[in-house]
Structures are given as C-alpha cells and as structure tokens.
Design a protein around this ligand. Structure first.
Ligand SMILES: Cc1ncc(C[n+]2csc(CCOP(=O)(O)OP(=O)(O)O)c2C)c(N)n1
Ligand SMILES: [Mg+2]
Length: 307
C-alpha cells in the first residue's frame, strides 16, 4: 500500500469534513488530524487486520488508517443510524471491530488502560495480536499513563504505545505543563519498555521505527513506547484555524507547514479516486435515517438494566 495515497486520502476526507461542517448537518465536535497523518499511516501500515487499535478524541486518522469504514464514520458524525456507533457516539467514539479498530474515547488517557486490557486479554488467550494505543503528549500528564506502562512491562504485554507529540494540549504549550527536563521516552524506558522517538512528519521514519518496535513486541520481549513529534494544522477542536487567538505564532505554524507530511505529493488519479469515495460516503450519510425515538428509549432502558 502506498503511504502517500493513504495520507492524501485521510487529508482529503478531513478537508471535506471541515468544508461541510458549517452546513450544520454534522453536530458533534470534531478534532481533525490534518498535519498529523504520517503517524497514523506509518504505524498502521505495519499492522495486521487482526491487530487492535485504540485512540482518543483525535481519532479519525487512526480509524481510517486501520481500515475503518469511511461511510460509517461519516454517518456517525452525521448522527445517523448507520453510523459505526449507531449515532450514539459521534466523532470521538469511533469503532470498527471488523477492521480491528476497537474504540476511541474522549477522556484524555482513558483509552490507555483499555488498550493495556486488550493486550492482557490477548496474552491470556494466547492470541498473536498486538494492540496499538494512540494518544497525545497531554495524556502522559495523567497518572494512568505510568500505571499502564508499569503493568504492560510487568506482564510483557504485546502493546505498542504511540505518543503523538504535537506540543499542545488545547491552547497550552508543553512549556506550561511539563518541566523541560521531563523526558517521556526516558520515563517509559525506566519502566522497562523498548523506546524510540522520531520525526512524526516523516512517514518513512515512522514506518521503519514502528516496524522495529513491533519486531520486539511480536518476539514476546515486551511492550514498546514510541514518541513522534508532529503538528496539528487546524484549531484544537473544529474545522477552522485558531492561530490568531495568540497561543501559538503564525511563524511557528508556517514553519510546520513546510514540514507537511505529504510533502509535494501530487497524484491526479489518486485525487479522482479519493474524491469519488468521499462523495459516496457523504451521500450515504445524508441518505441514512436518524435513529428512531423508540430506539433511543430502548437504549435508555438497557442502560437502566445494566445499572
Ligand atoms: C481527563 C480530561 N481532561 C481534560 C479534557 C479536555 N481535553 C480534551 S482534548 C484535550 C487536549 C489533550 O492534548 P493531547 O493529549 O496532547 O492531544 P491533542 O489534542 O494535542 O491531540 C483536553 C485537555 C478531557 N477530554 N479529558
Ligand atoms: Mg497534544
């Protein structure tokens, strides 16, 4: 599979979401990964269909790179019954079990122990399956990150931790959140994990370093932690840009634009194919029904039963 085709596909899908968002048919918040596609693609192109992936609030790229259904993702964002979560989740709760994308959860770091649990289950069931957990550098400020590293290392779980360091948590730069000397890679190493860091805007580098980490994990030696630096081009949440509000400079954003993971990739045939796929996915979402009122009631009753 062509890495650049995959990245272009994700870029165009998210651009289509951002273009059509003001129509107000998509009513859930969206966290776009535009600018960060190389991490998703470079990692997932190393994975088997049977491998698991979990992610957080910024999950579109991970879901798509793992092979999640595009029409069902768009339908989910449209709040339609045909959505991958039957309209109960929205953009931050994607799932496609057939493709191995198990779940995304918006509470920062909450998917980390879920992924570790999946890894533990695979070990107990003696399944040859690796679970990859995608999270932002903000998630490493939650206590559960350390607990999860500890447990994964202790049990030698087949888990790949992927930290996408885009330097910001909403509007707060790393400098106001973590001491300069706090080295996330060193912390993971101290827990006994295989570690590596790299340029998250180079799909070749991400692909290679992930392949090496996976060889370690698949050999049963233990989990791995990789940190890739990258940059989100759009606002934290939503379809627009937010550099003008002053939390980061236009110069910084412009510098990162020159490091765009797609570089100067041009492929008119790919563009045509992707445009047709996107058009069909939006049509599917638009033409799908909303869940009926009774279906919501049923859901409420089943929730009540569980509790
Ligand atoms: C426990 C928790 N605290 C705060 C939030 C609000 N919140 C949503 S996204 C986000 C930023 C997280 O930053 P990072 O993990 O670096 O991911 P990025 O948005 O940069 O991809 C925050 C603080 C949340 N969802 N969950
Ligand atoms: Mg971040």
């Amino acid at each position: 599979m062509n890495h650049y085709y995959e990245m272009l596909r994700i870029r165009r899908i998210e651009e289509a979401i951002s273009l059509r968002y003001p129509e107000q048919e998509m009513r859930c918040p969206v966290h776009l990964s535009i600018g960060q596609e190389a991490v998703a693609v470079g990692v997932c192109q190393n994975l088997q269909k049977s491998d698991y992936v979990v992610s957080g609030h910024r999950a579109h790229a991970h879901y798509l790179a793992k092979g999640g259904s595009l029409p069902r993702m768009i339908a989910e964002i449209y709040g339609k019954k045909t959505g991958c979560c039957k309209a109960r989740g929205g953009s931050m709760h994607l799932t496609d079990l057939e493709s191995g994308f198990v779940a995304s959860t918006p509470i920062v770091a909450s998917s980390i122990p879920i992924g570790v649990g999946l890894g533990f289950a695979s070990l107990m069931k003696k399944e040859a399956r690796v679970t990859t957990i995608f999270f932002g550098e903000g998630a490493t400020e939650e206590g559960v990150w350390s607990e999860s590293l500890n447990f994964a290392a202790l049990k030698k779980l087949p888990v790949l931790f992927i930290c996408e360091n885009n330097f910001y948590s909403v509007y707060s730069p790393l400098s106001v959140r973590q001491p300069e000397a706090r080295d996330r890679v060193a912390i993971a190493k101290a827990h006994g994990l295989y570690v590596e860091c790299g340029d998250g805007n180079s799909v070749e580098e991400v692909f290679r370093k992930t392949g090496e980490a996976l060889a370690h994990i698949r050999a049963g030696i233990g989990p791995a932690f990789l940190e890739f630096t990258t940059y989100r081009f759009r606002e934290h949440c939503g379809p627009y840009f937010d550099n003008h509000i002053g939390y980061r400079s236009e110069e910084e954003a412009a510098l990162w634009e020159t490091r765009c993971p797609l570089k100067s990739y041009v492929d008119p045939r790919a563009e045509e194919q992707i445009a047709a796929e996107i058009k069909a996915a939006f049509l599917f979402a638009e033409n799908s029904p909303f869940p009926g009122i009774n279906e919501w009631q049923l859901q409420k009753e089943s929730i009540l039963c569980v509790h």
